[in-house]
Design a protein around this ligand. Structure first.
Ligand SMILES: Nc1ncnc2c1ncn2[C@@H]1O[C@H](COP(=O)(O)OP(=O)(O)OP(=O)(O)O)[C@@H](O)[C@H]1O
Ligand SMILES: [Mg+2]
Length: 227
């Protein structure tokens, strides 16, 4: 579903040049659950941003469903991002003034969806993540795990082809982390493709495959048999 070939991403120039990614090639298949691991600064977030079309590589090829992203203009790219990709972040990235329901349905504002349909879909997803009774609460009135559930519901609102999660459990205690992982696993069982960055081995174990990065390169790819 996603294929990248010889992707390089260089930040800055001259003396302060940083090669965050060097010749990275990868394939993400449909319905896969992939964990990306590696030390701080190894290029995990840079890779996620490129895979999620939030950033463009300095060189290399990126194909999304066999479409070369190079040939697509910015407007079409943000449309693709909005329709095909869901994001989950370590710090949730919810809008503080909006309720859980409003946060979840926010991406639908840029789509051709009626307010009634948007509300119906938002409530359905809040129910799916176990938060029906928190629809009208604001982020500051919820726990970290609940906030991340809202963020997951928001990531799902457009039926994305793939979800990118950058350390989704990084700000959660271990009990809450496992609850969030159980939720992601359930989505995966239902066919959702997920790519997740994590530092923790016991979180990575939930995935089908682990990709290990070092100094901007993929140094190991391993299938997990105990997922
Ligand atoms: N906007 C930027 N400008 C310059 N250098 C950057 C920028 N973003 C990242 N880098 C550098 O690129 C390298 C890879 O960064 P990246 O954020 O991808 O690492 P990471 O593996 O996600 O680390 P962490 O586990 O700490 O989140 C690092 O050396 C970092 O300092
Ligand atoms: Mg990072």
């Amino acid at each position: 579903m996603i294929r990248i070939e010889n992707i390089t991403r260089t930040y800055g120039s001259g003396d302060i040049e940083v090669n965050a990614l060097v010749n990275v090639s990868l394939v993400i298949k449909e319905n896969e659950f992939v964990a990306v691991m590696g030390a701080s600064g190894s290029g995990k977030s840079t890779l996620m941003n490129i895979l999620g079309c939030l950033d463009t590589p300095t060189s290399g090829e990126y194909y999304l469903s066999d479409l070369s992203v190079k040939d697509i203009d910015d407007v079409s790219l943000s449309k693709i991002r909005n329709e095909k990709i869901g994001f989950i972040f370590q710090t949730f990235h919810l809008l503080p003034r909006l309720t859980a329901l409003q946060n979840v349905t926010l991406p639908l504002r840029y789509c051709d969806v009626t307010p009634e349909e948007s509300e119906r879909r938002g409530k359905e997803l809040l129910a799916k993540v176990g938060l029906s009774d928190r629809a009208h609460h604001k982020p500051f009135e919820m726990s970290g795990g609940q906030r991340q559930r809202v963020a997951i519901a928001r990531a799902l609102v457009n039926n994305p082809k793939v979800i990118f999660a950058d350390e989704p459990t990084g700000n959660l205690d271990s009990t809450t982390s496992y609850e969030i992982m159980d939720l992601l696993c359930e989505l995966h069982t239902q066919g959702q493709t997920i790519v997740m960055v994590t530092h923790e081995e016991d979180i990575a174990r939930y995935a089908d495959r682990t990709i290990r990065m070092k100094d901007g390169q993929v140094v190991q790819e391993k299938l997990c048999l105990t997922a």
